[in-house]
Design a binder for this molecule. Sequence first.
Ligand code: LMR
Length: 346
Amino acid sequence: MGLLLAMSEKGSMKYLKLLFFVCFVTLVYATNARAQTPIVIKFSHVVAADTPKGKGAIRFKELAEKATKGRVRVDIYPNSELYRDKEELEALQLGAVQMLAPSLAKFGPLGVKEFEVFDLPYIFPSKYVLNKVTQGPIGKDLLKKLEPKGITGLAFWDNGFKVMSANKRLHHPADFKGLKMRIQSSKVLDAQMRALGAIPQPLGFSEVYQALQTGFADGTENPPSNFKTQKMDEVQSNLTISNHGYLGYAVIVNKKFWDGLPADIRTELAAAMQDATTYANEIAERENERDLAAIKKNGKTTIYQLTAREQLEWRQALLPVQQEMAGRIGKDLIAAINKQGTLDEK
Ligand code: LMR
C-alpha cells in the first residue's frame, strides 16, 4: 500500500512539474508574442499621398515606428481608400479607425461648430496670425472641445489659402451668380457661396472630380495642392488666386484608444506627432506653390490673379459673412482671432 502511495505521489509530482513547465512555456510564449505584436494605428484620410497632409501622415508613420522601436505600426489609408468624408468621423468614434486629419470645415456636423471659424472669409490676415491661433491657447481650447465626442485633438496641420475655380472667368463677385459651387459640409462655406450669389453644393471630397466633370457642380474652392492632385485642372477651365479663405486640418485620435496606450508609448507618439506637425506645416506653402506652378505649366486651366481693386470687391462681398455667422461660431471667438491680428499688426 505504502509503495502504491509513494508511486502515486511520485507520479503526481512529475505531473505537477510537467504542468508547471507547460504553463511557464505558454506564459513566456504569450508574453513574447504580445511583445512582438505591434499596436496598430490605422490613419485614414481623403487626399492624395502627394499633398501636405499626405506627406505629414507618412512622416508621422516614420517617426512613430522609429520612436516606439516597432511597438507601434501606423497603416496609412490615403485618398478615401478606407473611409470617405461622410464616414470617417463616425468610424473614428466607433474605434474602427484610430487616427484622422479631417479638414476643419468638417467638424460642424459633429456639433463642434466653433471649428467653422477657420472657414470665415479673410479671418486670417496672414499665415503668422493663423499659426498664433492654431499653435496657441485658442487652438488648444478648440481641440479640447472634441473630448466630449470621444476624440482627442493632437495637432493642427496647414494646407494654406484657397483658390476658386469654375468653367468661366471669376474676376468679380457677380461672376458667381447662379453657379453651383461645391463646398465642404460647413454652414460658413454655405453662407460664403450665397454671399457671392452662388448655389452651395456640399459634397464629399472623393465626389468632387466627377461632380465637376459631369456638370453636377460648376465650380469649387480648395488650395492648389488639392486642385492639382485631384486633377481638377482637367475639368475646370478657370482658376482665380483669391486666397479668400483658409483650409487646415485637425489631427485627431480615438480618445479611448489614446488614453489606453501605455504611458511611455503615448509620450513617444506625442513627440512624433509634434515633429510631424512641424514638418507638415513647413512644407505646406512650398507644396501649394509647386502645384500652382504645375497647373500653370499644364496649361489646361487659365490662372487669374485678382487686381487690388477686385480683391476689395471680394472683401466687400464676403466680409459680412463674419457678422452673419457670429451667432453660430461665437462672437468672442471671432473677436479673439481678429484681436490676434491687430496685436501682430502693432
Ligand atoms: C475638401 O473636402 O475639399 C478638403 O477637406 C479635402 C482635404 O481634406 O484637404
